[in-house]
Design a protein around this ligand. Structure first.
Ligand SMILES: [Zn+2]
Length: 110
């Protein structure tokens, strides 16, 4: 069981571990410390995850909360709705920054 210091706050609850890792990457890119909770349940046993109904959550220090929420808000605005096409021809949802087919990074569009 993970112990969190009292001033960490949850800013995001993911549907699955890859999404949680993705969010962590977004926040860490902004210099925000991040902790993920409930990931260990997935690592241990998926059935536990389902049994307990826990979803991986993303936590940041309280002092970084507003910055984190700003980053997440930007993601919501520019993210999931924007489909992009990789150089290999694969079409990907906006939430993906790397092509799952060939591994190429998403072209910068901002
Ligand atoms: Zn590709």
């Amino acid at each position: 069981m993970l112990i969190f210091v009292s001033n960490w706050v949850r800013v995001y609850t993911a549907d699955n571990p890859p999404e949680a890792v993705f969010i962590r990457g977004l926040l860490e890119a902004e210099g925000i410390p991040v902790r993920l909770k409930s990931m260990e349940l997935w690592a241990a046993a998926v059935e536990i995850y389902f049994a307990e109904g826990a979803r991986p959550s993303v936590w940041v220090p309280e002092r970084a909360r507003w910055e984190a929420e700003r980053v997440l808000a930007q993601r919501d605005r520019s993210g999931t709705g924007t489909v992009w096409t990789c150089r290999c021809g694969e079409r990907l949802d906006g939430q993906f920054t790397v092509c799952w087919r060939c591994g190429a990074a998403r072209p910068a569009d901002d």
